[in-house]
Design a protein around this ligand. Sequence first.
Ligand code: FAD
Ligand code: SF4
Length: 460
Amino acid sequence: MIRDKQVPMREQSGAERIRNFDEVPYGYSDDEAAAEAARCLQCRNAPCIAGCPVGIDIPAFLLAVKERDTARAIAVIKTSNALPAVCGRVCPQETQCQGVCTLGKRFEPVAIGRLERYCADWESTHPAAPTSVAPSTGRRVAVIGAGPAGLTAAGELRKMGHDVTVYELLHVAGGVLMYGIPEFRLPKAIVKREIDGLRQMGVRIEVNQVIGRIATVHEMLAGGFDAVFIGTGAGLPQFLGIPGEGLNGVYSANEFLTRTNLMRAYLFPEYDTPLRVGRRVITVGGGNVAMDSARTALRLGAEESLIVYRRSEEELPARREEAHHAKEEGVDFHFLTNPIAFLGENGRVTGVRCLRMELGEPDASGRRRPVPVAGSEFEMQADSVIVAIGNGPHPLVLQTTPGLELNRWGNIVADPETGATSIPGVFAGGDIVTGAATVIEAMGAGKRAARAIDAFVRAK
Ligand code: FAD
Ligand code: SF4
């Protein structure tokens, strides 16, 4: 008989984990993984495969886990996904593969993400079979940006036998996986391990290389590259544009998370780069980035971490699991609340002036528009404020590439199937095309573009 519920995954309790930056869930044991994989119905039409943006053969890997052949399972996953330990942890499976799982129509869907993570973690403690790389084609491809889109394109192109160099402006590769998503959700050692796998395949990754400054896209094409892939992401923070945003203690989520992750603020005093948040931290926003910021603030020592969001709980864009974890840890949500000014003394933030909101008619996004309640102004005390209301496209490459067509939001216009842009030989994918989206969507775009780049450079 099929179990109606997923095998639960053990995790640190809320009270315990806000005192450390260790990963929250522990992962499945061998027996737990085999029991969960046995819930799969091995559907002939397997809707889960189409639900996965990179098309992993999910029933095949689940069967291998059930049969306790994890080497076979990870081999199946890796034919479609170069970063399974990352995706098993941060993909929104509930709206993708698990969202369409046949078992989910009556019971809880198979915990595909947890099982993907199990297989990837197993591989880290077992010798991996080297990924096969086709003989050299003599073609050279440049990839700009070492986030999930760029790294996936690079890995796929390398497997096809091309000579691939990735240029990354930061001192580490990984994009948001390294500088944005916190250690307690995605340990950086795991990201590094997956990137090392790409290096072992022969992908060259050059860090501290700001494209648009050291060279432009047109110069790269003229200088010997047969094609260029742009995967520069959405790393430009957006602000509210309200009074007081320049006060000390008001951070963009980008700065706050980068200082915590990349500058290791969470390892103070081992690293001399502290981030003092004070007693009460207010995060503005309702997405995954806001959840990560509010949860990070608690771990950095805040006694109270509040989220202020202008719509209601139903419209919260964060993954349910992230909002649930935040609540478990004591993050205090203030819905239908909108900041109109940051207040300060001696140049430092001391509070936020807010308005209460109510939901009106649906807007262009289909969500009900929040409208202010007349005369509802009030103030909240804060020692630090984090603004997590979204990111725009990274501008430098766009500004230095004449002829590259952009849409009205400033994102690159690219063919969704091939990533081809308005410039022959220049392809693009990930957040720089779609606006802020997800890791697996960026990877899917990198993979599709790699196929198109392969055809383009071979035809040259
Ligand atoms: P990025 O990851 O942004 O990588 C782009 C890279 O290009 C960066 O490394 C950047 O430094 C580099 N670059 C930019 N300009 C240049 C230049 N001029 N020269 C050289 N290099 C350049 N998604 C999920 O699926 N699940 C989650 O749980 C989740 N949580 C998130 C939490 C946070 C805090 C954030 C910020 C995002 C989160 N996302 C999540 C979204 C996800 O991380 C992104 O959609 C994904 O990383 C996009 O990949 P990308 O490769 O397009 O861009
Ligand atoms: Fe298994 Fe669900 Fe995929 Fe069916 S849809 S094959 S039950 S994971």
